[in-house]
Design a protein around this ligand. Structure first.
Ligand code: URA
Length: 259
């Protein structure tokens, strides 16, 4: 991991196979063109009538002589990835044992994403992340931050439940990386809060323990990243709740959210 925690490869490069699969999925969804820029850039693009030399040159299609089509909305991109995840059989064991894939919930334009580990039994049954005991605690943490589940996006590293809730295997994280990286790129949140070791280490591509990672700022793409303990850990170690609250206060201060 570099000092910033920036992933070296995953966010930037895609294999030819992954690119082909993505183009096919976009075509299946009726999306003819790939976005020219990140969804954040699209969202920050000047509104109609505002002047910007760069935007005018890019969107007029003058250089290519073709009419420009708008970049797919984040919701559309998420729907494409959701469909790929639902059909995924990269992890044979997980694909055979899952009831539902658990893609993620929340607004596609959320400022803040909570990034967890993997679905448990309740999530596997419902297809919704963080709805079991740990999820109820996460909901309380979100509400303590004066936010609601409806205004944040919640996703996991793995989209399928590991049997007996065992920790994800490195190969499973590798298999799911393309999905969560594209999911985060589509949302382009300003902030990501990693919940626990698996999420923090997967996103930041580090082996450092959560105790060392929590309460510090990292970056991932254009997002600022903070890590804290997983709600399941808090259920077993309630004394650690004060550390999570310290981390949330750091996050909220940076977000400009008043408590
Ligand atoms: N733990 C997680 O990491 N994710 C869930 O969705 C539920 C429990």
């Amino acid at each position: 991991m570099g000092g910033s925690g920036e992933p070296r490869k995953a966010s930037g490069r895609v294999s030819a196979r992954a690119l082909k699969q993505r183009l096919e999925s976009l075509a299946d969804a009726g999306i003819a063109d790939l976005p020219r820029a990140s969804s954040r850039a699209a969202r920050n693009a000047p509104a109609a009538g505002q002047s910007s030399m760069k935007a005018a040159g890019q969107s007029s299609g003058k250089a290519s002589g073709k009419a420009a089509s708008p970049a797919p909305a984040p919701e559309q991109l998420l729907d494409v990835i959701r469909g790929e995840v639902a059909a995924c059989v990269r992890c044979e064991q997980l694909a055979c044992t899952r009831t539902n894939t658990v893609f993620g919930t929340g607004p596609a334009t959320a400022r803040l994403c909570f990034f967890g580990e993997a679905p448990g039994a309740d999530e596997d049954a419902s297809g919704i992340p963080f709805v079991g005991r740990a999820g109820q605690l996460l909901t309380k943490i979100i509400e303590a931050c004066t936010l609601s589940r409806d205004e944040v996006y919640i996703l996991n590293v793995l989209k399928c439940r590991p049997p007996e809730n065992r920790p994800p295997l490195p190969q499973e994280v590798a298999n799911c990386r393309e999905y969560f990286e594209r999911q985060l790129a589509a949302i382009a949140p300003e902030f990501i809060c990693c919940l626990g070791t698996t999420a923090a280490q997967a996103l930041l591509q580090t082996d450092e323990p959560i105790g060392k990672l929590r309460g510090r700022w990292f970056t991932h793409g254009s997002a600022e990243v903070i890590c804290t303990y997983h709600p399941s850990y808090l259920l077993r170690n309630p004394n650690a709740k004060r550390h999570v609250w310290d981390d949330m206060k750091i996050l909220l201060a940076r977000m400009g959210v008043d408590l």
